[in-house]
Design a binder for this molecule. Sequence first.
Ligand SMILES: Nc1ncnc2c1ncn2[C@@H]1O[C@H](COP(=O)(O)OP(=O)(O)OP(=O)(O)O)[C@@H](O)[C@H]1O
Length: 201
Amino acid sequence: MLEVQDITFSYQKNGNQILEHVNLSVGPEERLGILAPSGYGKTTLLKIISGYISPDAGRILVDGEPLPQKGYCPVQMIFQHPEQAVNPRLRMREVLKEGDGISKELIEGLGIEEDWKNRFPQELSGGELQRFCIARALGKGTKYLLCDEITTMLDFITQGQIWNFLIEETKRRGIGMVIVSHSQPLLDHVCTRQIRLNENP
Ligand SMILES: Nc1ncnc2c1ncn2[C@@H]1O[C@H](COP(=O)(O)OP(=O)(O)OP(=O)(O)O)[C@@H](O)[C@H]1O
């Protein structure tokens, strides 16, 4: 179980509180959709849940344990803009090595072509690059996957391929998901449960 307990956060000391006493939990079989208008702190919340930023108060537990201070994080996040999530100086084969033992099956399942691995990020399309970011986030140790508008900038065919793959892969491996999107049809299609931020789950 992924538990988000009483999270409070503001970017500036004594500034506007972006998140106030946020509580939610997600099981390994669930795909939880989060809805909220722009600026309500959805991206900020996902960054806290995946350990990129620390909350001012509250805690994140995975199976009753806090996120590890070092080593592989069982909660992985995929961002809206893949080009901002990869080192531009690394070839894609090296980017994949940043993950936790990325399998051949995963790479094939995502439709990543052998030749793409020799390229640099700027030599790939947004959809091709996002497939690498998804592969990197789905290493052996991943228990929960957080998706922040991950297909917003992609065409419908690519969106469909990516979501079908993600649903199958996470079901098979018992990986729980948290999905942020402004698209209600997408959330209706993908999620097993939905909540609105700032309302009780
Ligand atoms: N690094 C930062 N420093 C200061 N303020 C920030 C920072 N990042 C985001 N904010 C502010 O925090 C608030 C929440 O931003 P966040 O990106 O989490 O919202 P969001 O709900 O994901 O929005 P959107 O739906 O537009 O992506 C916004 O008012 C934003 O301007």
